[in-house]
Design a protein around this ligand. Sequence first.
Ligand SMILES: Nc1ncnc2c1ncn2[C@@H]1O[C@H](COP(=O)(O)OP(=O)(O)O)[C@@H](O)[C@H]1O
Ligand SMILES: [Mg+2]
Length: 207
Amino acid sequence: MSGAASPADPLPGENWTLRIPLADLEDTADFAHRLSAQLQAGDLLVLTGGLGAGKTTFTQALGQALGVQGPISSPTFILSRIHPNDDGPDLVHVDAYRTDAEGLESLDLPATQSDSVTVVEWGRGLVEDALAGPGGSWLDIELLTQQDPSASAAADAAPRTPETPDQADGAIRTDFSETEEDLLGTPRTVVLRGYGPRWQHPPLPGS
Ligand SMILES: Nc1ncnc2c1ncn2[C@@H]1O[C@H](COP(=O)(O)OP(=O)(O)O)[C@@H](O)[C@H]1O
Ligand SMILES: [Mg+2]
C-alpha cells in the first residue's frame, strides 16, 4: 500500500528536462494532443503530481487524441483499464495510487505493453524497472499546480486568473459544481523528463 501523499523524487539518469507552462485546460489538452502525435505502441508514460494536479485529465485528452475507446476515468477500485483502438495503439491506463509494486505485478502490464501506450498515474519509482528494464526508455511527466514550490518559476511567467465576480462582490457561493475556474482551468506546469534510448531527444519543443 503506498498512498503516497507527495510524489517521489525524479529518478537519476534523465536525458533532458523540459518545462512547459499550461495556462488552462485547453493548454493541457493541446499538450496531450501534440505529445500523442509522437507516441507509438510500446511507449511508457509515468505520471507524477499531487491529487488533482491533472494526471487523469491529461490522460483523457491523450486517449481522445489517440482515438481510443473511452471513457477514461479515475476508477476507485479498478487499478487498470485497457482502452482499445481500431486505428493505432491501445491505451492502458493504470492508477497506482492504491497499490504497490506487487499489486502492479499482478496486472501483468508487460503482456499488453508492446501493443499499447501504457500510462501509469503515481507510477514513479514503481514501474520503471518492471516495464522499461535496465537501459529501458520511458517519459516521466510531472504535473505541478501553482501551489507546488517547484512550479513557482513558471507561475511568475503565467498570467494571473482574474477574480470571479462572485468573489469580488463578497456574495456567498453555494454551487461549487461547475465554477468558472473548472470550465476554463487554472495554470499548471508540466515537467517532462526523457529516459533511455527512445527518448534521447524531447518529443516537443520547449516554450
Ligand atoms: N490546466 C489544467 N490541467 C489539468 N486539469 C486542470 C487544469 N485546470 C483545472 N483542472 C482541473 O483539475 C482537476 C484535475 O483532476 P484529475 O485530472 O483527476 O487529477 P489527478 O488525476 O492528478 O488526481 C480536474 O477537475 C480538472 O478539470
Ligand atoms: Mg487521477
